[in-house]
Design a protein around this ligand. Sequence first.
Ligand code: CUK
Ligand code: CUA
Length: 692
Amino acid sequence: MTSQPNASDEPTARADEQRDETPADAGETGPADGPDAADGEPEIVDGRTIEHLLTDHERDIASTAEGTDATAAKRPSLDLPRLELGRRDFMKAGAAVGAMSGLAGCTSILADEDDDSGGAAGSGEHSVAPGEHDEYYGFLSGGHTGEIRVVGLPSMRELMRIPVFQTESARGYGHDAKSSRMLEEEGDGHVWGDTHHPRVSQTDNDYDGRWLFVNDKANGRMARVDLEYFETDAITNVPNCQGVHGACMQLPDTQLVFGVGEFRVPMPNDGRDVQSPDEYGSVITAIDPETMDVEWQVEVDGNMDNGDGGKEGRWFFATGYNSEEGTTEGEMARSDRDYVKAFDIPAIWDAVESGQYEEISGVPVVDGTKDSPLNEGDRPIVRYVATPKSPHGVSVTPNGKYAIASGKLDPSCTVIDIEAIAEVDDPQDAIVGQPRIGMGPLHTAYDGRGHAYTTTFIDSEVVKWDYEAAVEAEAGSEEPVVDRHDVHYNPGHLIAAESYTASPQGDYLVSLNKLSKDRFLPVGPIHPENDQLFHIGDDDAGMQLVKDKPSYPEPHDASIVHKDKIDPAKTWDPDDYELEYVAEGEESFERVDDSTVEIEMWARRNEYAFPEVTLREGDEVRLKISNIETTSDVIHSIAIPEYDINLALAPQDTREVTFTADQPGVFWAYCAYFCSALHLEMRSRILVEPSA
Ligand code: CUK
Ligand code: CUA
């Protein structure tokens, strides 16, 4: 996959070349051979098959990467018949030329020349002046940084980061006793996570601003962030599954939080069945949002992927790939259809309550595989709806009528009638629409006016379509599409303001693009991603690209919540934590025994209660400290060098840490938050006397 698109190639020649790369060949040749090794019978490419486009797409990524050297940057454009291509357009050209080989239409891709892609600066109407506040909170996952990022919309200014699965010294997360205990006990000491899907709790199908839940795809956990303090307050280690990928809730009132298990593994994964992939399983997990306890799990066939809850509380949908239950890429992408699974939540509860489960790792696991007795009869617990092909995103329309799944390896989205799911004998009859969206559809968001917006990874577009029109139209029709807009480049998720509620705001949408290529100043070989803001409030004007925001790798999904629905604390309320506040005059230093010391102290501008602390080598020290400031934004910390400690202390907050003073010497504990003119003087001398 090293060849650059050849300027002299006719589009038709390229198309022939692609036809040689049949899906079957791609599966058999293996990664080392690359696409050129395929020499099977030419196959007429069916419009619904895109393996050749994927191959082409990979090649274009390679060639564009080559184009980032200085020489290539000077090359203004590359001539192809009918197409004037700059470097930026390579990706699209690959997709468009490929598309021409397989499809009659798709002229819109070629025609859409004016794509507003001009600059990174925001347009005036959608900017936020210095000192003014944004309209929305955007909560973006941080992917393999393990965190949540908070941005304001429409400015796209990053406001805060919330560490979830990783330690973060600036917030003292993983430094103080409570957060380290949480990371230790619910993560077996893992130091990172992979957050994908941040979902904000709802009451009556609207954001209540209480919590945000987010998955850990790496180490199979679900976390809860308290949105009063913007702080992770609970983590649950989910048994019987390797990665929790999709995350969503039972609505309308966040009765349960669901984690969708992705990788199939033995259950429990304790060394049994390692050589028997047939025995591996994949589960969804239901978690109580208050206690964060795992209530039950349901095992299914195949891999699962993303999930979304219906608005009325009965159904929960998960997409899946690998219904083949293969273990290699070739095996996983063989079938033309995989399943959207519709979970009947009350029926699952019935099974749990009547003891129809197997307890694995202390959790009731209900059998939801296709052959399960619980899927016979007139109230199956899981209905398997076959959709093309490796469906990825699934999201329920704001009115609760449809679940829409994106084809990923098929250009269509599948519209499933949620009410019909309960009524039809054959789950396939619940499919009421299958519009053709574009190449590589991944995720869908809503504006509340009947439009769906779907990202197409390969076409690099956001496609706006009318989902009722899709129900009326023939399967495979492009007619429901009302607008399409380039993004830069290769989008994964997109999210519209309050799209996951029953009443989206309909004004803004963010496309989370995986590749930024030459969109920003170069910063070395790892590029930022590109989050692009669209104004979608004017259906006549169409989607307007308003802003580019480079993003540290790598946000997947986001939730956008109106500012009036979040009520963050300005200072801590000592009633909200377990530790007792240490007021001025209550400071104490107590030697409990020969090797144990307990210190309770406070911090304020520009001092600690104790300017000096004397310890003995080997002392176990329990240090509790309160920030006794009442003024908001006056934050202190206590950093203790050599002991890897930095406690961040917001006003009225109290934190605790235990460490062993095993290093004799003098250590200046200091405040790491620049808090006042005398900040540099804010310190305490810690003397650790050698043990004779
Ligand atoms: S997934 Cu990342 S682009 Cu984890 Cu929701 Cu689709
Ligand atoms: Cu307190 Cu700097």
